[in-house]
Design a protein around this ligand. Sequence first.
Ligand SMILES: *[C@@H]1O[C@H](CO)[C@@H](O)[C@H](O)[C@H]1NC(C)=O
Ligand SMILES: *[C@@H]1O[C@H](CO)[C@@H](O)[C@H](O)[C@H]1NC(C)=O
Ligand SMILES: *[C@@H]1O[C@H](CO)[C@@H](O)[C@H](O)[C@H]1NC(C)=O
Length: 650
Amino acid sequence: MEGKKNKGFVYILLCFILSDVAPGLLRQADGGPRSFEIDYANDRFLKDGLPFRYVSGSIHYFRVPASLWADRLGKLRMAGFNAVQTVVEWSSHEPEPGVFDFAGNHDLEGFIKTAQEQDLLVILRVGPFICAERDMGGLPYWLLRLHPNIRLRTSDPNEGYLTHVDAWLSQVLLPKIKPLLYENGGPVIMVQVENEYGSSSNCDFKYTTHLREVLRQHLGPSLVLFTVDSTGSSNLKCGKIQEVYATVDFGLGTDPKMMFEQQRLFEPRGPLVNSEFYPGWIDHWGEPHHKTNTQELASGLDAILALNASVNMYMFHGGTSFGFTAGSNVGGTFQSCPTSYDYDAPVSEAGDPTEKYHAVREVISKYLVLPPGPVPPVPQKAEYGKIEVMALGSVMQLLPLLQGVTQPWPLTFEQLQVSNGLVVYHTVLSIRVPDPARLSLYDIHDRGYVFVNERYVGVVSREQRLYDLAVSALPGDSIHIIVESLGRVSVGPKLNDFKGLTTNVTINNHELEGWTMTPLPLTNTTRLHHVLQRLRQTLTLSPLLGTQQGGMTFYSGTFTVPSEESHPLDSFLRLDGWSKGVAWVNDLCLGRYWPEVGPQVTLYVPRVVLRQGTNTITLLELEKSPCTTSKSACRVSLVDTHQVDGPTPN
Ligand SMILES: *[C@@H]1O[C@H](CO)[C@@H](O)[C@H](O)[C@H]1NC(C)=O
Ligand SMILES: *[C@@H]1O[C@H](CO)[C@@H](O)[C@H](O)[C@H]1NC(C)=O
Ligand SMILES: *[C@@H]1O[C@H](CO)[C@@H](O)[C@H](O)[C@H]1NC(C)=O
């Protein structure tokens, strides 16, 4: 998704497999071939030769645990929708070059087949760039490591972008998609080329026509390819690709007729399509949760459908950016996206049909035949209560158990082969400096926690553009800077968002030299649990070395889920008194928490990660815990209500 929102000075770019049958010859039950095409003369789609329009909703497979796909897709179908749209995230399928992951939550083919089982067609947005408020817009971070000067989303032959894109699409992704196309017996009716390319400012037709050719070569001549751009002729001008059908996106508060006139400038004939109709909007940490009015959404959808248009609601169900997958935006300021991708959508983050669900279903029923059966109920939630946690040890105490890299000058996360999380940068001051001295961490990406002789002295922040700290230090003093990534920029000209210390650190203009950099093993939960186990064994009675307030410390605790048939149920993690960090339940990294700035207060704990009996919770608190006030305060709780619209700073 991508779009514009003016908020003061802030400008945000948001941004069946039948192998023995020859393709194209598959027949429907009545004997005709399966086909999906554009009927230009009559401004509509034809499916199996009959007039067709889709009413689709976006669900991103990677934002929903795989065992809940059928549930969410079933809810989409029961609301009257006849298609699902998803983006395909290259970075999660190829986390390191040549290392592929199509298992569990990344089982794209499984998701597409589940959609078909739920009687839904599938519209795919294969990118390779997808935006979607994901880390680096879904592009793999390692592109930055292999090619520091890479020109992403261009045809630039010097820096290898297209070579990697071609290998991914031609050798890996498209061969998986081909048997799932509608004409081959699968549910996939359309595939998008790039994503809202017109707003990228690259306007590189050599790139987009190349992508078109790769898709044509692997997916055949009859598949409907499309582009999506936000309205505004400049967007469509660079976004439109010859021989690819141009569609638009727009939300509430606009006149659909006028918006579709923009599409008509580029597609004089053919079906009207809004590929992203927004029921809500993107959230950022520290900014109030975005909500829209149900009635307005219903009448907005009605107005689009009354024009005989096809539409995709972005999002129908937003889900969760688990782990470290959330991205960020940079317009006037750098703003990172929370873990929840609720999107004020018809189905909430936890999978509940909302008021909007019923309103939208009502509207769709005027145009399409609803499937028989009742509206799915709201699943019960559990309050598993207060959980005592205990400090396991601090980040400083973990360092001796980890492998560091020593270099004269700071390296970025990418150079260190770290996709995300935190890296500890350490140096020893070798010169005399005034007291206090100005420690400058200009352009840190994104947040740095500074320690002198293992005592916490303060934080620097890209979001707040606060890069300097006053420090008192003597020659021989130890300086640690623990740098946190808040997620790579997901769209726009600043997509090459290297993390960590991206420039030299100075103290009173003197460049600090001689760094040891130690990545924390946060993105691999198995490895993290191993390391924390060893930490527990090495630390018996030594005092904690985190912040004075209990930050930069790992905590863990256990809780019990009743051994009754109805359990486990969905729940939400509430962290009153905690500040900012990352939480894990069993083997799932729930994501980042930051209740202090909101708007997200609780984290969604899907029932499928819980088990009857004992479960574990692990926290890495970066700033301060409630444990310093009293031992009994050292706890979190599992509650039965989600809060994604908490208070935010003024
Ligand atoms: C929608 O399609 C129907 C059936 O083809 C047609 O009668 C009607 O005029 C169309 N409405 C609009 C607004 O184009
Ligand atoms: C840091 O300074 C050294 C010496 O001036 C220079 O070689 C190096 O490129 C600088 N690093 C960055 C990231 O600017
Ligand atoms: C995660 O860590 C475990 C234990 O160190 C290792 O065996 C596994 O290969 C790692 N997984 C990935 C995806 O790197």
